[in-house]
Design a protein around this ligand. Sequence first.
Ligand SMILES: [Zn+2]
Length: 123
Amino acid sequence: MTIPSLEIDLDKECSKCSEEGVTKSGLCLKCIAQVYKNRTIGYQVIQQAQVEICAMLEEYAEDIDKAYIKADNDLTIPISIKLGPTRIAGEVELIVASNFVKDRIKYKIKVVVDSKQKKLPGF
Ligand SMILES: [Zn+2]
């Protein structure tokens, strides 16, 4: 069993605030705490993901239809949503992507959403 541990290098300075003592990420504990504090997904992000997925399905409706006709059996359309922080607190980078076989259609859209507006119910 491995014991969770945290290494702090007291000789290095935090890349964000120049405070001495950093973890492997290059940030001090105070800055890491700040990152996690701002790590939230507002309802705006979910709404934007819905918009982007709908737009993608609309855009490729004809191709999806053709791919379905061509498919021997089922047609799977993988859709991925990737969420990541930006350098601005409260902003979330949203990437909606899909990649399915018809003529090897690849779709990818990247938007930045301000998550500070409304929180998800129960968050
Ligand atoms: Zn710091």
